[in-house]
Design a binder for this molecule. Structure first.
Ligand SMILES: [Zn+2]
Length: 252
């Protein structure tokens, strides 16, 4: 092998690793615009300020709130932050300063905020550091019969520290509604600059112990040094929630 050939090969391999790896800084700028561009309200309280007192009152139905997107009006979403209390979640070979149960809760609370903005009624299986059995989480879904059940987790793979990126799971026997939601969330992750690992099948108890559409999202790997650092960053946690919300807010 000539020196030049060796140099070219080395450069090629290094750049390929740079592209594939999780260490590369990512551009998180979303490639699609946020849903529901704000429209000018048809009516503002001061619109008729200088008009004659007999100015007709606008019909309430023509009023559009400029600050809300009601695409999930009338829909119920259950968010299930994984683990909690005595169960910390992923810890082995973790680079994270925070435990999985904490990260799940922070991301879930932000997701709750985002989905509420879209008009959804959001039910949380836990709002604090409390332990819940898997059956209790599924029971919440059985009780409220949500339009979508979203379990939030953070992954770990101590056997391969290079693996990174979010994954979206559905049960093997998942309904079309579950699969559509999972595919949209996976696509939204990509649009927001993540490197999603795709929609996967797994019969997690929280996906199969009730009859509502359901997805389980692993938001990234705590065993990948760079991704663990990002997962501990509040701006990144908000970005994850927004990526998920953007997809969910577009579901019919
Ligand atoms: Zn977990």
């Amino acid at each position: 092998m000539t020196n030049i050939y060796r140099l070219v090969c080395t450069l090629f391999v290094s750049s390929a690793m740079f592209i594939i790896g999780c260490g590369a800084p990512q551009d998180y700028t979303p490639q699609i615009t946020a849903p529901a561009a704000e429209t000018k309200p048809l009516y503002t309280p001061n619109m008729y300020k200088n008009s004659a007192p007999t100015a007709p009152k606008p019909k309430t139905s023509t009023y559009t709130s400029p600050s809300s997107n009601n695409s999930l009006d009338g829909k119920v979403i259950v968010i299930d932050p994984g683990h909690g209390g005595k169960d910390p979640g992923a810890t082995k070979a973790s680079y994270s300063s925070a435990q999985e149960k904490y990260l799940n809760l922070v991301i879930a609370r932000e997701l709750e905020k985002q989905l509420t903005k879209c008009g959804a009624r959001v039910i949380m299986t836990r709002k604090s550091d409390t332990f819940l059995e898997l059956e209790e989480r599924s029971a919440v879904a059985q009780k409220y019969k949500p339009d979508l059940f979203i379990a939030i987790h953070t992954d770990a793979n101590p056997h391969d520290l290079s693996i990174c990126g979010p994954s979206v799971y559905v049960a093997r026997s998942a309904s079309q509604k579950s699969r559509t939601a999972a595919m949209k969330i996976n696509a939204s992750f990509r649009n927001w600059g993540f490197k999603p690992r795709g929609v996967r099948n797994a019969d997690f108890k929280v996906l199969i112990q009730h009859s509502s559409p359901a997805v389980l999202i692993e938001c990234g790997y705590l065993t990948n040094k760079q991704e663990a650092q990002r997962l501990n960053n509040p701006a990144h946690q908000i970005k994850i929630a927004k990526a998920i919300a953007e997809a969910v807010c577009q579901l019919q």
